[in-house]
Design a protein. Sequence first.
Length: 610
Amino acid sequence: MHSIVSATTQRIHIRSKTLRAAYLQRIAAAKGSGPLRGHLACGNLAHGFAGCNLSDKQDLGGSNKANIAIVSSYNDMLSAHQPFNDFPALLKAAIKDAGGVAQFAGGVPAMCDGVTQGQDGMELSLFSRDVIAMSAAVALSHNMFDGALYLGVCDKIVPGLLIGALTFGHLPAVFVPAGPMPSGLPNKEKARIRQLFAEGKVGREELLSSESASYHSPGTCTFYGTANSNQMMMEVMGLHLPGASFVNPNTTLRDELTKAAARQVLKFTAQHEDYRPIGQIIDEKAIVNAIVGLLATGGSTNHTIHLVAMARAAGIIIDWDDFNSLSKAVPLLTRIYPNGDADVNHFHAAGGMGVLIKELIAGGLLHADIATMWDQKGLQNYSLEPGLRDGVLAWTEGPPQSLDTSVLRGHEQPFDTSGGLHLLRGNLGRGVIKISAVKPAHRKVTAPAIVFDEQDGLIAAFEAGQLERDFIAVVRYQGPRANGMPELHKLTPALGVLQDKGFKVALVTDGRMSGASGKVPAAIHLSPECLMGGPLALVRNGDIISLDADEGTLQLHVTDEDLAQRIPLSAHKTDHQHGCGRELFASFRSMAATAELGASSLYNPSTYNS
């Protein structure tokens, strides 16, 4: 193993020792003996299978067959989740044939940041992760199940499902992806049309035509944002079957992989000798693998929040220093939009996850010896590639190396020697920046601040022609406690236009940016947030700020004495707390931890490590 990967893993292990031990003790106690439904009273059990057919009732009334829960994020409005409509029937039939029973245990909400971007609903987005975790827990709370299959793809859905799954960590679990839509309008062309619209050079009709050509059919969006970062992480943590992440929906291969996932989870229930509860699968090594994969692929900054919350659910404590340490060791091996011109289908065709995992193992950057939901060889066999041989699903050795080095490279010839994310530190707090899509010439910006208390103010200033200069946009009161920490991707086209005109521009915020954002340097997730006394609230128009993404510094050029005398010139606006369901999330906002602690409302920040 690379020395930095080993040292970081060991540091996480020591830091988490007490919390992790308590977690493992809880899941061991929850295991029980025999099928868990055997502990139910007859009245409880009768309610639990009353809606089943006679055969399943007989099986569930016995004491031998395992019962597998299906928890799904299906809805037919969102392209990424629409394919899940057909999955329960496939899963139930496959499990029946393999000697088990499956029940659809419950659905979880799935919202799309692409639909809510720049809208009021975006202020529910981050906390939907916690709602999804709780919804998964409700689905499993009947104690009828011996294992679970989780159907989810996009931004908050997979993190929420994993948090819920880890709460029931005594159950084995396989995550079942739906796959990306086929390639449409190239992402670079889509971004070009967005900038033209921002400049008023094309109208809404042309913009809608471009967007519709890009997002055009069932399946996940093809750019490498949070959704596809989710799929990558599930695979490097061993919760997917090898090569399952990026197979298109509504294909025979996709259906066969879905059925194989069902058969696989049955092998690892407590009724069998090879018991593999998810709470043991997700350990410190698996979490480090997820961070390494994220860095090596230039993945979504959202996971500097989500991974912290996901790890915490397994009794593991990570922080942004861990991301930063690993970023110094992990090279950038992919160029997928917004970090390049290719999409995830091109990545998959170039060798995809199999080549990526093989290269990271060869470089000593992944823990290959983790337990997985596949076989006894850890991640070593995740270089295998699924395919149909005479109509039958089989895994064979994938390409020995990348088939397209403009998209995917080996660890010895990377696109960059460090990972795609850096920690920022300075007198404005701690934050993160994604540099994999930012050209080196734009990674250092020193300029006067222009301060906004909401993103619409920046858009209005841009449209009025007031931003034709070098500046650093400060958009504050966007943290989890202020308004749910919405993504600010709506600002990308405007800032991109100004950068293309030759101005030095950057964004500094206690909010988030989309996983699709990239070309403009953005210091995000500033902690503590403004509403919790963060120094970003003290910045004034004209203050000079220096952002250095390579060195990891963010500095306000104001003396400590001057800063100590300042009070915020504007206050948090409370009009973001009502409408579009936001009033229902008041308790989530009031309980949210900082971004670096996962921005979760599920764990009291004052007792986060207990």
